[in-house]
Structure formats: structure tokens, C-alpha cells
Write a protein that binds this ligand. Structure first.
Ligand code: ADP
Length: 694
């Protein structure tokens, strides 16, 4: 259960108070709590905040990059769209200028005019009243009347005779048809037929006069197939003249062709085209090649224009009055769109023109413009979207093609959407990487901080343990001393033997007490870094003898015999006699403590290579191999129950190790569990490199 903040605060205050009063456990707990608070603070400041800040900056950077990338593409799209639309504007401007020039020059616009606009298929001209005035005409051909049907039978009869080469009878039958004829169409047809028969009979003058009559009286009349009788008459006259007078016939027929190409053609009929083609074929053998070629092209264009006019006429009709009534100031254009065509409407003087452009062709042209409005290495591409086109979702920008093509637009899309997406994905991945890295860093930071904190807490716990242990350890010799001293003082012990035993105990406990205090003070000095040794050349054997002597009384009382073995001759060894004596005392007292039952301690000094070894051996409980390294750690006490029974602070060997290191030497051990331990102090014979004082 997590305590309330107020509670935890009051707990902290209580523990602080207890700690000040000297409660070691409370102090430790306070240390724990403060440690956690410190951990949170340090961790936040050194790891969490920088980690988060780093991640935030990284992600901001990527976002900015993303925004910049998007802005770049958007800018490119804008430029492309702008350029495409302006190209289209130029295209239509050129078309308008050229169209007006052509219209003003009075040239026929009945033909397809690729130089105006490749999509321009047909031009309709209207007069001031809004009637179709050219270059096409709408003309209803009245159906055959009964009388005409009669004539038709007679004419067929005459034509059959003509084909059988019975020209005289054919001419007579045509003449009969003329007499029976009812209405202009019948008369004209019979006249033309009879002229043909006369021609075949060689009556050129008769034929000519008939043709002339047709030309004069029925020149503009059309037969039921849409042919003008005048054109048919001129063709026949020209043909016959060509046979008699080639130059004159040629000139007549060529004139006819020119006239027909420039004339108003009737929508839905191909009469003019057919007559002109026939006349052209007749003149071809003698005609100037250049004129012939040019004229054939013009005729073909005119025929194509007629074809388109027929196709687009229903669409134009659907414009209705709207198109025709549109009043524009001279020279301006208005555009309107139908299913098949874009219609450009304009006026010159009194006439109104409607120019029809095929939408499919126009679309192809606009696509070309679109594709040219960006480089091939651009990130975007421009497309044409017509009114039914699907726009889709990946559109970067879109510009309307009004006023030319209402409902149409130029659409800009990414050229390689996958590449764009990939780029964005990469950026997202990088963002994810930064976040993961930050989390990892924060995690590692947390781990390291926690480890450091744990170490501190462990140290604190150790200190608390030590304080508790020391107070307990000090108390037990003191109690012994006090009890025995009191007994002696009060004369409770009467026998001499008992009194001397009590004195012995008091002395031993005093010695133990002073050794403990020595160790504690030394250790605290070492910990604070203020411990100093006076290392100088001296007789190490003498130092050993003195240390053994000073422990002698305690040893004897404990029933331990110390066997000392010294070499004959020993070089001077750099050492601090007091410190070395303390190290030896610690080893001896350990040997006595943990090897008591055997009652023997061996001390040996000898020269090995460049070292002087001081060995302290016992035949006691021994040390388990896995503990042999640990015993030098501060406060470490063996887990062995036999060892645990003996009192101790866990500082003795730590100090020995420290002293030996200060002498540029070391301490080693050999031990067999259950049979004994030998500690060896290794002193280098050469003086230590460091200064004498440490
Ligand atoms: P203390 O003896 O006060 O516990 P030391 O640092 O002197 O502390 O010794 C550390 C531990 O090493 C002892 O607790 C004991 O378990 C073990 N030890 C030291 N000397 C001997 C020895 N001669 N024989 C067996 N065990 C020993």
C-alpha cells in the first residue's frame, strides 16, 4: 500500500527525529528514503530530462523536415499548375488571334484549319438574324410529289434507252417527260437528261443550249440527291468542251472546282464534293501538278469539315439560341462546351461564328501541354481532368481551365507517390528510432542510477550494521571486565587460583578491547584517507618478535602455543613496525580464535626470491575456497557457523590487506577446510617507490 503523501512526510519527519536521537535503524531508513528522493532527483536531472529533451528536439527536427519537404512539393506543384494553365492560355490566345485574322481576311473557314487549332474541326457562320450563313447550309430537300413520281418513271425509261444507246428515242422520251413535267425539279431533270442524249447524238449546239437553260433557270435548284442542277450542267458542258477545246474546257472545269470548294455546302449532302471531285479528275491529265495537289488537299479538308459539321451539328443545335444570341463585342471570344465539342463563339462586324473543336483532340493537345509543364525529373506531374474524370485523393493542387473549358482542370499529382510515401516512412522510422534510443538511454540511465543508489544504500546498511555490531562487540569485553573486577574487589573469589584466573580474564578482555578499538580507529582513518604510515628500513624479524611477544600472554591464557621460526640473516625491509605489528596481531588473534582447539600457531619469517615472507599458520577450522577472496572485504564475516560463534568485527583482515598494500606488498593465504589456514605477508626487499610517509 502506498502511503498518502502527508503520511509519508510525517513518517520521514518521525524517522529524522529518531535518527537524531541515535536510533541506528531509523537513521538507515531515513537514508533509504532520502536515497530514493535523491535517486529520483538525480535521475530526472541527468538522464530523464536530457533524454526527453533530446527526443523532443529530434522529433521536432524530423517534423520540420517533413513540413519543409511537403512545402517544397506543394511549391513545385503550384509552379507546375501555374505554368500549365498559362500555357493553355497562350494556346487559346494564339487560336483567337489567328482566327480573327482569318475571319477578317474573309477567307473561307469551311475547311479544317490546323494552323489555328489542331482540334478545330468546323466553323459555322451566322448572319445578323442568327441564321446559319456558311460555310455550310441547312437545306431541306422536299420529298417527291405524285407528279414527280410519274416523271421519275418516265425519266427512268429515257435513261434505260440512253444506256441501250438508243439516243434518239431517249431524247424523245426526255422531251415527253418535259411536257408531262410538273414543277421545276421535274423540268430541270428532264432538261439535263435530254441534253445528255443530244450530246450523244452529236447535237452539240442543242445540248449546249439546254445546259444553258438549266444553268439560267434552275442553277441553284437541287435534285433529290442534293446535287445542284447548275453544277451538273457546268460539269457536262465542261466535259464536252474539253473534248473539242482542251484549253478552254480545262479552264472552265478548274473554275468550277475552285468555285465549288469555296461555296456553301449543304450539311448532310455531298453534292458539291462529288461534282468537284469529278471535274478535278477530268482536268487532272492536263492540270498543273502543284495546283492539282493543293486543290486535292483543299477538297479533302473541305470534305472532312463537312463530315465534322454533320457530326457536330446536333451538338451545336443543343447550344440553341444561347449560342446564337450571345452578344459579344467585336473580336472577343466566348466558350461553351457540349458532349463532343468545345465551342468558341465570336463576332466580326455583323457575323457571328461558332467554331467547334473536337474534345478528344483538344484533350490530347492539353495533355501535351501538361506533360511539358514540368521537367521529367520533377517530383510532380500534371494531368488533365475533364468533367467526368475521377480526381482521386493524391491531388496536390488543381487549377480550373475556365473560361475556356468550364468543368475541366489541370491536376497536379506526385510523380512517384510510392517514393514520396517511402520518404515519409523513412522519416517516421527515424522518429521511432530516436524515441527508442531515448527510451534505451533513459532505461540504461535508470539502471546505472539504481545500481549506484543500491550501492550507497548497501554501504549505509553496512555502516548501520557495523555500528550495531561494534556497540555489541565492545559491550561484551567491557561486561566481562566489569564483572570480574567487581568480584575481585568485593573479595567474592577466595582461592588464589580463582583470583589469578579472573585477573587473566580481565587482562585478555582489555587486550581484546584495545585491539578492537585500534582496528576501528585505524579503519575509520583509512576510510577517511588520513591514515599515515612511517615506512623506513628496519629489521622485520625484530618487529615480528615484538608482535608475538605482546600477544604472548593472551595466547598462553588461551592455551595456545606459538612456534616462532626466524632466519639467520635477513636484509633490511622497508616497513612501519607499528603497522606491521598490528597486522601480525590481527593474524595471530584470528589464528587463536579460529584455531583454538588445536592449540598451536606457527610463525615463520623467511626470504623467498626478492621477498620476505611472514607466515602465520594454524590448524583450525579453515576457510572455504569460495570465501577466501571475500574475507578481505570490510565487515565481512564468514557464514560458517563455527566461525560465527567467535566474536569479531570483520575488519581485521581488511586492515591487514590495506597495510600490506601500503608496503607495496600483499597478503595471501592457503587454507584447507577443517585442517588449518596459513596467511602469508609478502614484503618486497627493494624499498617501496612511494615516499616514506603515506
Ligand atoms: P573477524 O575475525 O573480526 O570476524 P577478520 O577480518 O579478521 O574479522 O576475519 C574475517 C573472517 O575471516 C572471519 O570472520 C573468519 O571467518 C575468517 N578467518 C580469518 N582468519 C581465519 C583463520 N585463521 N581461520 C579461519 N577463518 C578465519
Amino acid at each position: 500500500m502506498v502511503p498518502e503523501p502527508r503520511d509519508s512526510l510525517s513518517i520521514l519527519i518521525r524517522r529524522l527525529r529518531d535518527a537524531v536521537r541515535g536510533d541506528v535503524r531509523a537513521r538507515e531508513e531515513v537514508y533509504d528514503l532520502r536515497g530514493v528522493i535523491r535517486f529520483v532527483g538525480i535521475f530526472s536531472m541527468t538522464v530523464l530530462a536530457p533524454g526527453l529533451l533530446l527526443a523532443w528536439y529530434g522529433i521536432q527536427g524530423i517534423r520540420a523536415e517533413q513540413r519543409a519537404g511537403a512545402a517544397e512539393v506543394a511549391r513545385e506543384a503550384d509552379v507546375a499548375a501555374e505554368s500549365a494553365v498559362s500555357e493553355v492560355g497562350t494556346y487559346f490566345q494564339n487560336f483567337e488571334d489567328a482566327t480573327l485574322n482569318r475571319l477578317k481576311s474573309g477567307e473561307s473557314l469551311g475547311v479544317r484549319l490546323p494552323e489555328l487549332a489542331d482540334s478545330l474541326r468546323v466553323v459555322f457562320r451566322f448572319d445578323a438574324d442568327g441564321n446559319l450563313a456558311g460555310p455550310f447550309a441547312r437545306e431541306e430537300i422536299p420529298p417527291l410529289e405524285d407528279q414527280e413520281m410519274l416523271l421519275f418513271t418516265r425519266q427512268q425509261e429515257a435513261f434505260a434507252l440512253f444506256q441501250r444507246k438508243e439516243y434518239q428515242r431517249s431524247a424523245n422520251t426526255y422531251a415527253q417527260a418535259m411536257r408531262e413535267a410538273h414543277g421545276d425539279r421535274a423540268l430541270a431533270a428532264a432538261l439535263v437528261g435530254r441534253a445528255g442524249a443530244l450530246l450523244a447524238l452529236g447535237d452539240i449546239a442543242g445540248a449546249d443550249s439546254s445546259y444553258r437553260e438549266v444553268l439560267q433557270r434552275y442553277g441553284d435548284l437541287r435534285d433529290i440527291y442534293g446535287f445542284r442542277y447548275g453544277d451538273l450542267a457546268r460539269l457536262k458542258m465542261g466535259e464536252s468542251l474539253l473534248a473539242r477545246n482542251p484549253v478552254a474546257g480545262q479552264s472552265d472545269l478548274q473554275g468550277l472546282v475552285e468555285e465549288l470548294i469555296g461555296a456553301t455546302w449543304v450539311i448532310g449532302r455531298g453534292g458539291e464534293a462529288a461534282v468537284a471531285r469529278r471535274a478535278l479528275d477530268l482536268t487532272a491529265p492536263l492540270a498543273d501538278a502543284e495546283w492539282l495537289g493543293r486543290t486535292r488537299i483543299r477538297l479533302a479538308e473541305r470534305s472532312a469539315a463537312l463530315y465534322h459539321a454533320e457530326r457536330l451539328l446536333p451538338d451545336m443545335d443543343s447550344l440553341g439560341a444561347k449560342g446564337r444570341l450571345l452578344k459579344l463585342s467585336s473580336g472577343q471570344f466566348s466558350y461553351t462546351r457540349t458532349d463532343q465539342a468545345l465551342w468558341a463563339i465570336t463576332w466580326t462586324d455583323n457575323d457571328q461564328y461558332i467554331l467547334g473543336m473536337d474534345l478528344r483532340t483538344l484533350r490530347a493537345r492539353l495533355l501535351l501541354i501538361a506533360s511539358r509543364s514540368t521537367g521529367t525529373d520533377a517530383d510532380v506531374k500534371v494531368e488533365v481532368a475533364d468533367s467526368n474524370g475521377m480526381i482521386g485523393t493524391d491531388v496536390l493542387t488543381r487549377r480550373s481551365l475556365s473560361p475556356w473549358l468550364p468543368g475541366w482542370s489541370m491536376v497536379v499529382r506526385p510523380r512517384y507517390p510510392a517514393a514520396l510515401a517511402l520518404r515519409q516512412e523513412e522519416q517516421v522510422d527515424r522518429g521511432r528510432g530516436i524515441i527508442m534510443l531515448s527510451v534505451l538511454m533513459i532505461g540504461i540511465g535508470a539502471l546505472v542510477s539504481a545500481r549506484l543508489l543500491q550501492r550507497e544504500l548497501d554501504a549505509a546498511a553496512e555502516k548501520a550494521d557495523f555500528a550495531a555490531m561494534v556497540s555489541h562487540e565492545l559491550r561484551s569485553p567491557l561486561t566481562q571486565i566489569r564483572v570480574k573486577a567487581e568480584a575481585l574487589f568485593l573479595g567474592v573469589v577466595t582461592s588464589e587460583e580463582g583470583r589469578s584466573r579472573d585477573y587473566g580474564i580481565i587482562m585478555r578482555e582489555c587486550e581484546r578491547l584495545s585491539r578492537m578499538i585500534d582496528n576501528i580507529l585505524d579503519f575509520s582513518a583509512i576510510r577517511r584517507g588520513v591514515k599515515k604510515y612511517w615506512i623506513r628500513p628496519g629489521d622485520l624479524a625484530l618487529t615480528v618478535i615484538r608482535a608475538v611477544e605482546s600477544s604472548q600472554v593472551g595466547m598462553e591464557m588461551a592455551g595456545v602455543e606459538v612456534e616462532l621460526e626466524l632466519p639467520e640473516d635477513l636484509p633490511a625491509v622497508h616497513h612501519d613496525p607499528e603497522a606491521v605489528a598490528q597486522a601480525l596481531t590481527n593474524l595471530l588473534s584470528n589464528a587463536a580464535k579460529y584455531g583454538q582447539d588445536a592449540g598451536w600457531i606457527g610463525v615463520r619469517v623467511w626470504l623467498v626470491d626478492q621477498e620476505v615472507w611472514v607466515e602465520v599458520a594454524d590448524r583450525g577450522i579453515g576457510i572455504a575456497p569460495e570465501e577466501q577472496k571475500l574475507i578481505f572485504s570490510q565487515y565481512y564475516r564468514s557464514n560458517d557457523p563455527q566461525a560465527r560463534r567467535r566474536k569479531g568485527t570483520g575488519l581485521g583482515l581488511t586492515i591487514v590487506d590495506y597495510i600490506m598494500k601500503a608496503h607495496n606488498g600483499r597478503v595471501s593465504l592457503r587454507s584447507i577446510l577443517g585442517s588449518g589456514t596459513t596467511f602469508i605477508l609478502h614484503f618486497p626487499v627493494r624499498p617501496p617507490d612511494a615516499t616514506v610517509e603515506r
